[in-house]
Write a protein of this length. Structure first.
Length: 481
């Protein structure tokens, strides 16, 4: 029997750069608006738009039953059994979190069921009482609805019902098959025969399935006919070397196949920049996961996905001179041939490196200084807040600073004397809010003005199209009476 070990679920809610939310009931336009927020990366509930919460490092809608979720999503246990809102113990499972091949593909206390879908794990029926309707603990140790299980008390295997016909001895064709709710891309969803059923193709299978199927391949899923040569990039140690701003045609040879690519960001500029990794020209019958890893600790930095013809993009701020890898693997059904691409947008800052007092850059009174408080990922460890140091000679008297803030980033401003001692207080502003401050009764001498990252949108993300890279600088001006 499996032991259930669920992590804790935070219950704070606040804002994210994207807006929109779902109430207890929703129409199609509500769901469309909220889809833009769901699946955003998060660490705290405050990273998500109200009333979404952070679970499994992504923003989710809370739920108590499937009916609370956007169409087609399952309500699953979140990361805490004893949530403060006892009537809302679950979260709506995102499409990217549903499909699986093995237990490690699933979140928290979930396991990969026979239907190759991530479900809440259980030891007995009492473990399946948190989410309405999912009341049966199956022999596979996952929770299911009563009408989902077969006569053996378990879920049907992915792609075919337990009563589907086998292929004819001469390849004449399989009988009708597929569960009543077919797994996308497998048998039933498009009339494909179940894995291994053989024959010339199954008859109609599953809700909405069409007749006919693939011939002579034992029921292999769609997308299996890869016309490209396997280049042998099946593991991270065999990753295909990739050059930015080129295109690489690839496809997955089987359900188990993965394609790996490796690339290194330039050493200059030292500030780093934005990495974008994408898939395009993806056909309508398959789906994929696209995951970016660091080579420093082999940690996953960001994951995106695409399905039913949708392209996928992953982007994140990265450090200069670092090597990363991207993995392409199947999601729901093998994608047909695809085009892989990646680009790197350097963040230009003429004053870098100026992250310490020893590296402070001289500036003049009245000069408009355009800089960026930016730190990119090199590993799973979150980058520290960037500091920009500037050196200025002041006469005795008062000194003023103004800081015009970009729309997406907020900053602190500090003043230090020549010995490194902080002078007075500091000022700060949130993203898009300009600030000004005055230090009075200063002695003549050398001083250091420090601009430090405070808050704003520098997070990783994913989209179906490349986002506009935010390169707007802050503008710092130092003056004296």
């Amino acid at each position: 029997m499996r032991n259930i070990n669920r992590a804790l679920l935070a219950l704070i809610v606040a804002a994210t750069p994207l807006s929109g939310a779902l109430g207890g009931c929703s129409d199609s336009s509500d769901e469309k608006n909220t889809t833009d927020e769901l699946s955003e990366d998060c660490s705290l509930n405050s990273d998500c738009g109200d009333p979404l919460i952070c679970a499994f490092s992504r923003c989710h809608k809370q739920c108590a039953a499937d009916r609370d979720c956007p169409t087609g999503q399952r309500c699953v246990t979140g990361e805490e059994d004893d949530a403060e809102e006892a009537d809302k113990p679950g979260v709506c499972q995102l499409p990217i979190e549903k499909e699986c091949e093995e237990d490690r593909d699933c979140n928290g206390g979930q396991y990969c069921g026979p239907d190759q879908e991530c479900r809440d794990g259980c030891n007995d029926d009492s473990d399946c009482n948190l989410i309405k309707d999912y009341t049966v603990c199956t022999p596979s140790n996952v929770c299911a609805k009563e009408d989902e299980v077969g006569s053996d008390g378990d879920l049907p295997p992915a792609g075919g019902g337990s009563e589907g016909g086998a292929g004819g001895a001469t390849g004449a064709g399989g009988g009708s098959g597929g569960a009543s709710e077919p797994t996308p891309g497998d048998a039933g969803a498009g009339g494909e025969p179940a894995m291994g059923s053989g024959g010339a193709g199954g008859a109609s299978g599953g809700t909405g399935g069409t007749t006919g199927g693939k011939t002579g391949d034992g029921g292999a899923p769609s997308g299996d006919d890869c016309s490209l040569e396997d280049v042998g990039n099946d593991s991270r140690d065999e990753a295909t070397p990739y050059e930015f701003d080129t295109e690489f045609a690839g496809c997955l040879q089987s359900r188990e196949d993965t394609d790996w690519y490796e690339f290194t960001t330039p050493e200059e500029p030292v500030q780093g920049g934005w990495l974008l990794v994408g898939m395009k020209d993806v056909g309508t019958s398959g789906g994929f996961y696209l995951t970016v890893y660091s080579t420093e600790d082999n940690a996953q930095l960001q994951q995106g996905y695409g399905y039913q013809g949708a392209n996928g993009v992953v982007y994140l701020p990265v450090a200069a001179g670092k090597t990363f890898r991207a993995e392409v693997k199947m999601y729901s059904a093998i994608p047909p041939e695809y085009t892989f691409y990646a680009s790197y947008t350097p963040l230009m800052d003429e004053y870098e490196p100026n992250d310490t007092r020893e590296e402070a850059k001289p500036i003049a009174l009245g000069e408009e200084i355009r800089g960026h408080a930016f730190q990119g990922f090199a590993s799973a460890t979150a980058p520290t807040n960037d500091e920009d140091w500037y050196e200025v000679d002041l006469a005795a008297g008062n000194m003023q600073i103004t800081l015009d803030q970009p729309e997406t980033i907020g900053h602190y401003v500090y003043l230090y004397d020549e010995t490194g001692a902080q002078k007075g207080g500091n000022t700060y502003g949130t993203a898009g809010v300009d600030v000004s401050y005055e230090w009075t009764s200063l002695d003549r001498g050398k001083y250091y003005v420090v601009v430090r990252y405070y808050t704003g949108q520098m997070s990783r993300g994913q989209a179906t199209t490349a986002p506009d890279f935010e390169t707007e600088p802050y503008v710092l001006t130092v003056t004296q009476d």
